[in-house]
Design a protein around this ligand. Structure first.
Ligand code: G
Ligand code: G
Ligand code: MN
Ligand code: NA
Length: 253
């Protein structure tokens, strides 16, 4: 069977699961949030999202799959955040097609209602392609999400069709620094300059910024020096099954 065919049956066969990568405060090394990452176990074989998400996006399977991700993540949020003490951010990736689909706002509303009255804030991670497909529709949707208290974060910021005008025109709550920049911190002065500029931009705009793919203390020390407030990466934890997710406020090792 083709990947495409298997993907259409994967939901009814209950082959998807979510893992959660901890997001940490850079200064205290404490857990402050989680990014939900989709996993597909296809007949005992784990297929990486980089392989199946593009296929799901091209054949619209991403619509029911994306809805399932929002539902599952919001149902599991209480177990991740564990009690009303520490503010917690749950980040969910949203593909451009899903974002522009008619059912999307209903799915997010249902997810936001599950989180209401908890300490958990919902952030949706969008790539800028979602803003470019139909800028007027994207603007309307983002304003509606904002009214719901749902945050919009630009994923892989600076790697795609980045336009600083998005940050000017839209009520964006933050962006994520792509791990390509982070992995080059040690070897590339240009990467360091770009990261420094991105962090300064986020501070000037009073929006959040999370550095992705932090793998060693040298990278973390550099990021701290720039004032980057949050990070995720193998230095702290990889994506984990729900049962292994550390308590908010805890520190690795
Ligand atoms: O976990 P991993 O590094 O393999 O994820 C690779 C990429 O797949 C992520 O950076 C993300 O962009 C995408 N991805 C993971 N989970 C989801 C999801 O639930 N929805 C969408 N649209 N993309 C996801
Ligand atoms: O596409 P997106 O950036 O949303 O997803 C993050 C992806 O990066 C996930 O697939 C996750 O497994 C992967 N990842 C997370 N931390 C690290 C890291 O420290 N190093 C590397 N190489 N990959 C990472
Ligand atoms: Mn992401
Ligand atoms: Na990313």
């Amino acid at each position: 069977l083709s990947l495409e065919t298997r993907l259409h049956k994967a939901l009814e066969r209950d082959e998807f699961s979510l893992q959660y990568q901890p997001v940490l405060q850079a200064d205290t090394m404490t857990v402050s949030g989680a990014e939900a990452l989709l996993r597909w176990n296809c007949g005992g074989q784990s297929i990486p999202p980089a392989e199946f998400i593009p296929v799901a996006e091209s054949n619209n399977a991403i619509i029911p799959i994306g809805a399932w991700v929002l539902e599952r993540a919001s149902l599991q949020a209480a177990a991740l955040a564990r009690g009303p003490r520490t503010p917690f951010t749950l980040s969910v990736n949203v593909s451009a097609r899903q974002f522009h689909h008619e059912g999307f706002l209903n799915d997010v509303t249902a997810a936001a209602e599950r989180l209401a009255g908890t300490n958990t804030r919902l952030h949706l991670e969008l790539t800028e392609s979602a803003l470019i497909i139909d800028p007027d529709a994207a603007t309307r949707t983002i304003h509606l999400l904002k009214e719901m208290g749902v945050g919009i974060v630009l994923d892989d910021f600076g790697t795609g069709y980045s336009s600083l005008k998005h940050l000017l025109d839209l009520p964006i709550d933050g962006f994520k620094i792509d791990r390509g920049f982070v992995s080059a911190i040690h070897s590339c002065a240009r990467s360091r300059a770009i990261i420094t500029a991105l962090v300064n931009l986020s501070l000037g705009l009073s929006v959040s910024v999370v550095a992705e793919g932090v793998e060693n203390t040298g990278q973390l020390d550099f990021l701290r020096g720039t004032g980057c407030p949050e990070f995720q990466g193998f230095l702290a934890w990889p994506a984990l099954p729900l049962e292994s997710f550390p308590a908010p406020g805890s520190t690795p090792r």
